[in-house]
Write a protein that binds this ligand. Structure first.
Ligand code: CMC
Length: 423
């Protein structure tokens, strides 16, 4: 069997069971328990998958102990220096960075598919004012299957390539339209002469009465933020995508489910929650009080933007974002009081035994919202920004799942309910 480097012996009811030990390319070891039930009648129990590898994957590597994140073997620190988001999207979806020809073809696919079907544009009129853009986005993406050829696990690879480019491009248009609609302004259509991120900013902020100036430093920053959010292996929304995709659901419905998972405050929704929290702390002025509350198990308050299931050190994305945050605000002469509060909260938490013992550090969401504010992105769009950036990652995982010999995801359970004779 591939990747097997030995066997572990498990003793169950006086029976010795051999479990294959598999090892990944970065040396992570796992026990393959897929044959356990067949051989012993036992299943394994691991609520919330705290200790379960659900698949083999070649897309993203995370080392939570050392704060390492690589896409297809390339460190994020390198990618943010040399590549744009479109190149990184290609890297994730296709497995390698594009050469010149591939880059041209991919860009033209993104351009040609950036327009939303006009009939779909009218959908925006029927959402109530104040609807959260994440709800609008997941609904609209699900509806794409009704307007564009359905792509599913049986589709030809050219159709899949076309649909994935359409999705990456059109979702950006949808997000900007949703925002324009929410402020009662006419939508701005995508332009073929603009790069991916510049196009998005223009659709968000341009208007016939106040033309938007596209600043290279803002475009650069958006590229960095999008690259840093583009994938993060088996997180909650990606697991949703792989799980739903395993039922051979079409791509659009599958991605829509990923968006819904991302919207939760413990996942992508945290970037919006962080800013709300920092504002609350700034208004109150007493940081220690909030640190106390975060530690109190009887208080539902948590330090948003802190902690991570995998990282037990500083999130490498947060390292870059914090640095960019200082530089961008300084260059733009923005004095955001929330940045000072964020720095003070971080300092207080990192010096507190509770956070130290539990290895709780700032995660990707802690400084992101401050940067989005500085770029003029409204708070209820923060998680939408995360979703736009995560699309290539979700698509890459969906494609990888198709390529593997994936069976429908179907965990077992340990039933602890009533039995007929207990009534
Ligand atoms: N504030 C206070 N205590 C915390 C926090 C926090 N932000 N995060 C974890 N803890 C405590 C938790 O109460 C537990 O304490 P104890 O051992 O005494 O019971 C311990 O640390 C371990 O935490 P956990 O909740 O068991 O860890 P988890 O892996 O299940 O949860 C998490 C990870 C990210 C959901 C959690 O840290 C959290 O709720 N953080 C705040 C929300 C947030 O920032 N989410 C964004 C995550 S990164 C981007 C993304 O995934 O989208």
């Amino acid at each position: 069997m591939e990747n097997v480097c030995g066997y572990a012996t498990l003793k169950i009811e006086d029976k010795d069971v051999q479990l294959p030990i598999v090892v990944g390319t970065e040396g992570e070891k796992a026990l393959d328990i897929s044959g356990l039930r067949k051989n012993t009648g036992y299943v394994t129990l691991d609520p919330s998958f705290m200790n379960t590898a659900a698949c083999y994957s070649q897309i993203t590597y995370v080392d939570g102990e050392h704060g390492i994140l690589r896409y297809r073997g390339i460190p994020i620190e390198e990618l943010v220096k040399t590549e744009s988001f479109v190149e990184v999207a290609y890297l994730l979806v296709h497995g390698q960075l594009p050469d010149l020809e591939q880059r041209k073809l991919f860009s033209s696919l993104l351009n040609v598919n950036s327009l939303l079907h006009e009939d779909m544009r009218h959908f925006f009129d029927h959402f109530p004012r104040g609807a959260h853009p994440m709800h609008i986005l997941s609904t609209m993406i699900n509806a794409l299957a009704a307007f564009y050829p359905n792509v599913d696990t049986q589709s030809l690879s050219e159709d899949i390539d076309l649909s994935t480019a359409r999705l990456i491009s059109i979702v950006r248009t949808m997000a900007a339209f949703a925002y324009k609609k929410s402020i009662g302004e006419p939508v701005v259509y995508p332009r073929h002469d603009l790069t991916y991120c510049a196009n998005f900013l223009n659709m968000m902020f341009d208007s016939s009465v106040a033309p938007y100036e596209i600043k290279p430093e803002t475009v650069r920053l958006l590229n960095i933020l999008f690259i840093l959010h583009a994938d993060h292996e088996q997180n909650c929304s990606t697991t949703a995508v792989r799980t739903i995709g395993s039922a051979q659901v079409n791509l659009y419905a599958t991605i829509s489910a990923g968006i819904s998972a991302l919207s939760g405050p413990l996942h992508g929704g945290a970037n919006q929650e962080v800013v709300a929290m920092l504002r609350m702390i700034a208004e109150d002025g007493n940081i220690e009080k909030f640190i106390r509350r975060a530690k109190d198990k009887n208080d539902p308050f948590r330090l948003m933007g802190f902690g991570h299931r995998v990282y037990k050190t500083y999130d490498p994305r947060a390292v870059i974002i914090k640095k960019e945050c200082h530089a961008f605000l300084k260059k733009a002469h923005i004095n955001d009081p929330l940045l000072q509060v964020a720095l003070a909260v971080e300092q207080a938490a990192l010096n507190d035994e509770y956070f130290v013992e539990r290895h709780l550090y700032p995660n990707v969401d802690f400084y992101t919202g401050i940067l989005y504010r500085a770029m003029g992105i409204p708070e209820n769009m923060f998680t939408v920004m995360f979703a736009l950036a995560r699309l290539p990652g979700w698509i890459a995982h969906w494609k990888e799942m198709l390529g593997g010999n994936t069976k429908i995801v179907r965990p077992r359970q340990i039933y602890v309910g009533k039995t007929p004779n207990k009534a």
